[in-house]
Structures are given as C-alpha cells and as structure tokens.
Design a binder for this molecule. Structure first.
Ligand code: SF4
Length: 465
C-alpha cells in the first residue's frame, strides 16, 4: 500500500486477473438485472449525484459513490438499497463463496461507516448466497483506517516481508524482490511467515545466513515457530538455500505396486457447481507420451458423465493390475474425489470407497508431495510440483508449453468455453491436454528422481538421532 500511495505505477492486469475481473463484472450485472426486474434502479454518476438520489428516495442506487468530507474516506458500493425505514443499506456483488474474508469485511464495513452504520451491509456471493456484514467488523475497519493513515504519512518505505504467494503476483515484485535478495531476508524461506521473520529479526536473526548458523534449540519461541521440530526444519531450509544443497532427512520409501500418475484440471469459475473438473489425466506404464489417458468434458453439463467415466477408468486399471498406486502431487486430487462423491451422493460407491481408503484398508492414492516434504529439504522458494521439477539441479523436467500453469489453464479453459470457433476450441483443448500430460509425466519423473536418490551429489544427509 505504501508503494501504491507514494510510487504508483501503471500495469496491465495479467490474463488471470482480467478473467477474474470480467467474471466479477458479469456477476454484478446479474445482480443488477435481478434488481431491475422488480425495483426502480438508478445509476449514480458522482458523490453529489448519489446524495441527491438518496434524498430523492430512489429504491436502488447502482454504482454509488460515498464520501465523508470530514475524514476524506470514500467508498464505492455496487448498490445502495433503500430499506423500509428509509435508511440505505450498502451491497456488493462478490465472486467469492465466503463472507469471512478480511478484505471483504473491511470493504463492506467501510460502506456501513460511510452510511452512518444503521444497517448491516449485504454481500451477494458467487454461489448465490447472501450474507450480512454488521458491527462485528467495526474493529477491523478502525484498525485498517489507522494503518492506512500511518502509511500515507510515512515518508520512508516501511520494512516489509516477502510472501511467496502474494509477492509473485504483485506488480511491484521485481522492485521488492531485488531488495529481499540484497538483504537475504529470512521471509524468503519456504515455511517462514512474515510475522515470524519480524520477531526473529527483533531477536537478532535477520538473514538466511544468520538463521542457517543457529542451533535450533536456542531459537526463541515465536508464533508459527514454537516446536523444536519446526525450528530444526527452518534452520535446515536456511542451510539448504544458503549452500544450494539438498538436505536428506530420512531414507525415501515409496509404496510398492503399479504406479499410475494422476492429475486433474478444474475450473474454479464454474457457474453451477463449486469446481468443475474438466480433465481427469492419468499416465500408466510404460509412461511414454502415448500412454497418457484422460477423461475430458466440455462444460459443467457433462460434470457427472466425466466423473462416471473417471471411475470406470479406475476400475479398468484395477482389473488390469493386481496392486495399484495412484500417485498425485498435493492433497487436491483426494479432496476433489471426496467432493465429487459428496456432490453425487456416492460416498458408499465401491470404487469411491476403495479410492479413499474407506473400505478398511489403505487406499491406492499416494500424495508424492509428502514423500518430498517428509524426507527432503530443497533449495527452492516453494514446494510446488513445477518449482521442484523444473529446477535444473533437481528433477530438471521442462514442460512443453513454457508459460503453462494452474492460472494459465483456468484462463485457457474459460477461453475454450467462450469461443464458438471450432479451430480455436481444438487448439485450446490440445494445449490443455499437453499441459496435463506434462503434469503427470512430471510426477513420473519426480518418482524416478526420488527412487534414484541414494549416492546423489550435493546431498547433505542428516543422520537420525
Ligand atoms: S512485492 Fe510483496 S512486499 Fe512488495 S509490494 Fe508487492 S506484496 Fe508487498
């Protein structure tokens, strides 16, 4: 925020942010149409115009503009809805499905304040639910206003900490990253929270080198870093990054059986369900490009058909191989299978019970990320599949489509759905299949890399106590 106040820059939203913004506007238009069907709705053109429409008693004011001339606070609620008691209620359309997000609560709480706080604000969520935001967020709003005032008056840029998820998508990334690199800030380490880094710095541990030199037992207890296990892990993470070496904590043991690699692509912007899996990708032996197998669906109307076809494929593999290991990276695939089983009331289905290990024995799903996290500390900023597999000193597998990624795939699939041009649709589908195929090949390469782990160079092995 300080940079936005003091060094504003112009930047173009990336395609994913643009997609979110377009979808948000579409959602807002749908709510507007609903209001227009049974209310008089007028659009405000300015702060004064909003005030005039309110004084006139217009039932619904669209794109309102509110200003407190004393404090200088402004707010732009999508709607002002006139309550039967004559007061106005602020309302926003938001794509999110949850109203407990801090930024949303502060924004809606701010509108309430600008309107005098008589009525709760309303949020029309992406899943069709409506929620109220009342005086319970007043403290958050006070804190926000206080912090923003402070930032506004600060002449020097405050010290900030790195956040892998937030900074990578921030327009100021290159500017800040240079500073983080120069200071070797501990917040750049995987698993280090900004607040934890702050408190460690106050205790004199500011840089990655300083943290790498610590005896874990001597590190003070701070939030997110109070157990000895976590302290040992973060010191090893610092050592791994500092010396650019792999730290091996334990021998790597992988389950026996025929491995099938598995990865899904889903559309979080689906209109009629929480997430629509449009691609269930699988890779069976002998794991060449030609062995890539998948279930594809064009849209949400085929959601159930796709799920059924996936379960049938699983049964085919089960019939062909006596002992199956279905390997995936991260917990997402397992969560989605459970979600689908609940969506279609199939938690008692035989295949589902087998997949989820609900039949009394361990299931075949194996999260290969756990094999990495439990046994290795790697010189990477994050433990995503791409970060580990693309790294030239680690798995060194490169995706055919350089720019592909999870946000990229959401954008491509939404383009696929929108376009009516058959050639473009085929092109987009081919790209998405290539991307998913490379994801499952990457987990196969990761499996091989883990299997050949002993006697690797540049590995520092920690002997068990
Ligand atoms: S790059 Fe990170 S630290 Fe810098 S402004 Fe963006 S979010 Fe804040």
């Amino acid at each position: 925020m300080w940079l936005e106040f003091h060094q504003p820059i112009r930047y173009d939203a990336d395609p994913f942010m643009q997609l979110l913004s377009d979808a948000g506007l579409q959602h807002e238009r749908r709510i507007l149409q609903q209001f227009q069907s049974d209310h008089v709705v007028q659009q405000a053109a300015s702060f004064d115009d909003t005030r005039a429409l309110m004084e006139e008693g217009v039932p619904v004011i669209y794109q309102a503009r509110l200003k407190d001339y004393e404090t200088g606070l402004v707010g732009f609620p999508d709607f002002l809805i006139r309550h039967e008691n004559g007061f106005y209620q602020a309302a926003d359309a938001k794509l999110t499905q949850r109203e407990n997000k801090k930024a949303l609560q502060i924004q809606l709480g701010m509108y309430r304040r600008l309107l005098g706080g008589q009525l709760p604000a309303v949020v029309f969520l992406g899943n069709g639910r409506t929620a109220s935001i009342g005086c319970e967020v007043d403290m958050l709003v006070d804190e926000f206003i206080r912090d923003m005032r402070q930032l506004h008056t600060l002449s020097e840029q405050p010290h900030v900490r790195y956040s892998h998820s937030r900074c990578r998508v921030c327009p100021y990334f290159s500017q800040c990253h240079t500073q983080f690199e120069a200071s070797q800030d501990t917040s750049m380490l995987h698993g280090m929270h900004g607040r934890t880094a702050e408190l460690l710095a106050q205790a004199g541990i500011r840089t990655i080198a300083q943290l790498a030199a610590q005896v874990p037992e001597n590190i003070p207890d701070v939030p997110h870093l109070s157990s000895l296990k976590k302290k040992q892990r973060i010191v090893r993470q610092a050592q791994s990054v500092l010396h650019d070496e792999i730290v091996q904590l334990n021998d790597i043991s992988l389950p026996d059986g025929t491995w099938i690699h598995f990865d899904i692509e889903d559309n979080p912007m689906a209109r009629t369900c929480d997430r629509h899996v449009y691609l269930w990708g699988l890779l069976a032996p002998p794991y060449s490009h030609d062995d890539f197998d998948y279930v594809w669906t064009d849209d949400e109307t085929q959601d159930y058909t796709g799920w059924q076809a996936f379960l049938e494929k699983i049964e085919q593999y089960r019939a062909e191989h006596a002992s199956l290991v279905i390997a995936h990276y991260s917990n997402h695939e397992k969560v989605i299978i459970r979600k689908y089983a609940e969506r279609y009331s199939m938690i008692d289905d035989g295949t589902v019970r087998w997949l989820l290990g609900l039949h009394g024995e361990a299931g075949p799903l194996f999260d290969i990320q756990n094999a990495v996290l439990d046994n290795l500390v790697l010189p990477v900023a994050g433990y995503g599949l791409k970060e580990i597999c693309k790294h030239p000193k680690l798995v060194n597998f490169q995706w055919e489509l350089e720019s592909s990624g999870s946000q990229w795939s959401v954008v491509q699939f939404n383009r696929f759905q929108k376009t009516t041009d058959e050639w473009t649709r085929q092109q987009l589908k081919t790209e998405l299949l290539t991307y998913n195929r490379d994801d499952v090949i990457a987990t196969r390469k990761l499996e091989l890399w883990l299997r050949g782990f002993s006697n690797r160079e540049n590995v520092h092995t920690i002997s068990p106590h």
